[in-house]
Design a protein. Structure first.
Length: 370
């Protein structure tokens, strides 16, 4: 058993764990407290906790810990970890694939895994404070910096490859108009953001219909380029691994969290969709079909017999984008007439590629003058 961690275990934390897990005080002695657990009228077990002034306090705590571990059917070390981390929210990042089956990972992938894990939790902290599609490196402020400083790496586990993170959460009291109200800490708001944003992103990934503009609706939900890029990075250099993110929420008063355990995974197929979302938030995406309406501001052709292309500013996803439209010789002649008369054109086509403020429609199926 981890003697250093055991030395740091307080009786108060042990008692609080028992209380939150259905145990109750049955009898109090001068140097110990008897805790018992029942299910209905059925007696399930008894644990004796020492008091602070007990001479053999550490030995008594060890016995109590071993007894509780037996009841929960886990190792004493894991039981100790659960008690010590009960005030923390615990996040596990697990990657699954052939290259990590023995619990090891290629060095370059391992370095990237830790980097992207940090980026993922940082993205969640940033969007917990403010919703944006893309965060710069220096954004976040004091709350985010303080939160990131509190995060600790837990022990990795053999089987697949797992990284464990933990950070403290608490209920805080806030004075308001001579009244004390209870509020959640920024750390717990990050947890709320994790639950919501990952659920929404998973739902979109499962039902993606090749229209990347649907990802715009996820920005108010806390999804960003930073979050998506981190998830894609966690899947490996070849993007061949399933990424599983799980949460064990600390038992503080929080009506917004209905379950203490949460798990969500992204398969390689869903990772590909998340990568599309990541690029969309950077302003780079492709629309399978589009109809461009507007005035021609530029005509370009090296050889009229081969056609050419025109430039038409128009609104795409509520942003003004200058579209390059490739045309056949016949379509280019029609465009020339429209440009001379300053009339609008309507162009229908496939695969409209957008890169920030510019775009290109390469497969024009129809061009007419309005």
């Amino acid at each position: 058993m981890n003697k250093k961690a055991l030395h740091n275990l307080s009786i108060t934390d042990f008692a609080r764990y028992l209380e939150t897990h259905g145990w109750c005080i049955d009898f109090e002695h001068p140097y110990s407290v008897i805790w018992r657990k029942f299910k209905g009228n059925q007696f399930l077990g008894e644990i004796t906790l020492p008091k602070e002034e007990t001479v053999d306090k550490e030995e008594s705590l060890t016995r109590a810990l071993q007894r509780l571990a037996e009841y929960e059917n886990i190792s004493p070390n894991l039981m100790l970890s659960k008690i010590m981390n009960q005030h923390n929210d615990l996040i596990s990042i697990r990657v699954v694939g052939k290259s990590v089956q023995d619990g090891t990972i290629p060095l370059n992938d391992g370095v990237k895994l830790f980097e992207k894990t940090k980026n993922l939790i940082h993205a969640l902290a940033l969007s917990a404070k403010k919703k944006k599609s893309l965060f710069s490196n220096g954004s976040g402020g004091k709350d985010v910096l303080s939160f990131m400083d509190q995060i600790r790496l837990g022990q990795t586990q053999v089987g697949s490859y797992i990284i464990n993170l933990c950070y403290p959460v608490e209920n805080i009291e806030v004075g308001k108009q001579n009244e004390i109200i209870e509020a959640i800490s920024f750390s717990r708001s990050v947890t709320h953001n994790l639950l919501n944003s990952l659920n929404k992103l998973k739902e979109k990934a499962q039902n993606y219909d090749q229209d990347p503009t649907v990802f715009a609706s996820l920005i108010p939900e806390g999804v960003s380029h930073n979050l998506c890029d981190a998830i894609v990075g966690l899947s490996g250099i070849q993007k061949q691994r399933t990424v599983e993110i799980s949460l064990q929420a600390g038992p503080i008063k929080d009506d917004s969290i209905t379950t203490s355990d949460f798990k969500i995974s992204f398969t390689p197929a869903e990772i590909a969709v998340v990568e599309t979302a990541s690029k969309y938030y950077q302003g780079e995406y492709t629309l399978p079909y589009y109809e461009v309406i507007g005035k021609i501001v530029g005509l370009h052709s090296r050889n009229l017999s081969e056609g050419g292309y025109i430039q038409v500013p128009c609104k795409v996803d509520n942003k003004t984008v200058e579209i390059r439209i490739d045309l056949t010789p016949e379509q280019y002649q029609t465009a020339t007439e429209a440009h001379k008369t300053e009339k609008q054109v309507i162009c229908k086509g496939q695969d409209l590629y957008i890169n920030k403020k510019k775009g290109r429609l390469q497969k024009t199926t129809l061009l007419t003058i309005l």
